[in-house]
Ligand binder design. Structure first.
Ligand code: FAD
Length: 540
């Protein structure tokens, strides 16, 4: 019999329960118990209750835990997400672009980006490389009602109820043997060697473990309050520090459709998300408190949502942007908001918890000498935070908006990371291509080392490994934000051929309205979403 390692997860938000369910599914399969897992969550500290949009990597974690997709969607009031639509980010005059999850790649050579750059750009770039922008505009589901017969499947993620997700994972994990303590941690006991020995609870329990996972959200109860690990602040590059949210139940107002994408609309001091579920729509105004007061932000959000928000409460969710200098120290690993957060624009919060958990199963400490494991783990996590930081930064810094102090500020060179500036400078001499993501060190990029640690190489600057946001994602944002427009005129002349859509995409779009049902119809037929009466549409 293998002697199981004792793992105690402190915190029962989405990250805590994702870690519990995934570690249990991957480490304790086929009757073998490698990890003896417990989770303690405070009945007094609520979960953050946001984190409702995901990216396609969620499919892997659901599959690994053994979750059926339809059952999952029913339990979390879930809907499909095929893309993010960005409105008003460039000029603030109603323009928009899509960052779609799926991309068509012609073979044997994909020249679609060059073809678009050499064309008159009369069709948005995203529509030339994916059918999903038009499918989203038509509010169609990414799945058929019957057997799929449309060729390559469409890539999707989900919108879901965050609290429902954690509850569902809790139910699954505890039914499979994960221990659940509803109690408040009041003290953390240290061992003589500097490891955490145990946590003490308000009910008088002393819980020991070999490995502690800090999932206490921004509180960072173990990693920060006890172990004193620094938080690397990134607010210089991303100015938003809080969100105001409003949820509108469909009983109150149902618009008559369910968008199969997230909407991110730039407004005076940040941006507003719109996320549809099976029973409600949620809006969140992510804003910078230095540029708009809470009262004014609420007025702006209510004006944006309109009458559906009347009489419904708004909730303020403060956040900080940055990441832990080291997510894994001694026998403690921070996962979730305690490890870092790079604002919600591309829905990367849950992805980072997912990545951290998946990596932990690979780097699982079967012995007490955890330092070499922690060293590499920390480097990979730091790289990923930098990758996300640069990519989110990109959304803001190419704006042409000057209408408010916020937009004038985000355009300033000091608000762009050095790495991103180096990339953009390079790409002004040659459009981005796949090979650029093989080595992310561009001319002009300064060396910004991490604080030195105890192992050789600890000080190395993080690099962007382009694992989650590579060439496809960069091109979607860059060309959506009109990058290289002037350069293309210089390089290829003013009079260029009309933009064309690849035959494969045109064929798929011709089939889509016949084959793909409206998103709400799919949800009603397959999942049993109620048939809400639509609010009367305003004319005009
Ligand atoms: C405004 C905003 C929008 C976001 N939108 C998205 C999105 O669209 N997509 C996405 O992927 N991510 C998003 N995120 C990130 C996402 O919300 C988080 O990554 C996710 O919810 C995980 O949170 P968590 O579990 O780390 O923390 P929390 O949900 O805060 O959970 C903390 C847990 O710790 C427990 N705890 C605290 N103190 C104690 C104690 N003393 N004793 C015992 N237990 C304790 C609490 O009871 C709770 O269970 C967003 C974040 C913000 C701020």
């Amino acid at each position: 019999m293998i002697k199981p390692r004792r793992v105690l997860i402190v915190g029962g938000g989405s990250s805590g329960w994702m870690a519990a369910a995934y570690l249990d599914a991957v480490l304790n399969h086929d009757g073998q118990s490698v990890a003896d897992i417990g989770l303690i969550e405070s009945p007094d500290v609520p979960r953050i209750g946001v984190g409702e949009a995901t990216i396609p990597s969620i499919n892997h974690i659901l599959a690994a835990i053994g979750i059926d997709e339809n059952e999952f969607l029913k339990r979390v009031d879930g809907t499909f997400k095929q893309a993010i639509k960005y409105v008003n980010w460039l000029d603030g005059r109603g323009e928009s672009y899509y960052h779609a999850f799926g991309r068509y790649r012609p073979s044997p050579v994909d020249t679609s980006s060059q073809d678009w750059l050499m064309s008159d750009r009369s069709i948005p770039f995203s529509e030339t490389i994916s059918a999903q922008p038009v499918i989203c505009e038509s509010c169609l589901a990414p799945k058929m009602l019957g057997q799929w017969d449309m060729g390559t499947r469409l890539t999707y993620a989900f919108h879901m109820n965050a609290l429902g997700f954690a509850d569902y994972l809790c139910e699954l994990a505890t039914s499979r043997g994960v221990k659940h303590y509803s109690d408040h941690v009041v003290d953390v006991e240290m061992a003589e060697n500097g490891d955490i020995a145990a946590v003490h609870t308000r009910a008088g329990k002393r819980l020991e473990a070999d490995l502690f996972i800090d999932c206490t959200g921004f509180a960072g109860l173990l990693i920060e309050k006890k172990l004193g690990v620094d938080w690397i602040d990134c607010s210089q590059w991303l100015l938003c520090d809080r969100a105001l949210t409003i949820q509108v139940p469909y009983e109150h107002n149902y618009p008559g459709y369910v968008r199969p994408n997230t909407l991110a609309t730039a407004v005076s001091a940040g941006w507003i998300w719109e996320i549809p579920l099976q029973n409600r729509r949620a809006w969140g105004y992510v804003h910078a408190s230095d540029f708009v007061s809470e009262d004014d932000a609420e007025k702006e959000l209510r004006a944006f949502v309109g009458t559906p928000a009347d009489d419904l409460p708004a909730r303020l969710v403060p956040f900080k942007v940055g990441y832990r200098a080291k997510a894994w120290v001694r026998n403690c690993i921070a996962i979730g908001l305690s490890a870092g957060f790079i604002e919600p624009l591309e829905s990367t919060g849950l992805y980072m918890s997912d990545l951290a958990t998946v990596m932990l199963t690979e780097y699982f400490p079967y012995h007490d000498d955890m330092a070499p494991l922690a060293f590499r783990y920390n480097r990979i996590i730091a790289n990923r935070f930098h990758e996300i930081l640069d990519f989110i930064n990109l959304h803001y810094c190419l704006t042409r908006r000057t209408d408010t102090g916020f937009w004038r500020e985000v355009r300033k060179p000091a608000r762009m990371t050095d790495r991103l500036r180096a990339k953009l400078d390079f790409w002004r001499s040659k459009p981005p291509s796949a090979a650029d993501f093989e080595d992310q060190w561009f001319p002009g990029q300064p060396d910004t080392p991490l604080p030195p640690g105890n192992l050789p190489g600890d000080h190395r600057s993080p690099i962007d490994t382009a694992d989650v946001f590579g060439i496809d994602s960069y091109e979607a944002i860059l060309y959506g934000m009109d990058f290289l427009n002037a350069e293309c005129s210089d390089w290829f002349g003013e009079s260029r051929p009309q933009t064309r859509i690849a035959k494969t995409i045109a064929e798929r779009l011709a089939l889509a309205p016949r084959k793909l049902p409206p998103h709400d119809l799919w949800l009603t037929r397959v999942l049993g979403m109620p048939d809400y009466p639509a609010a009367p549409r305003k004319s005009g």
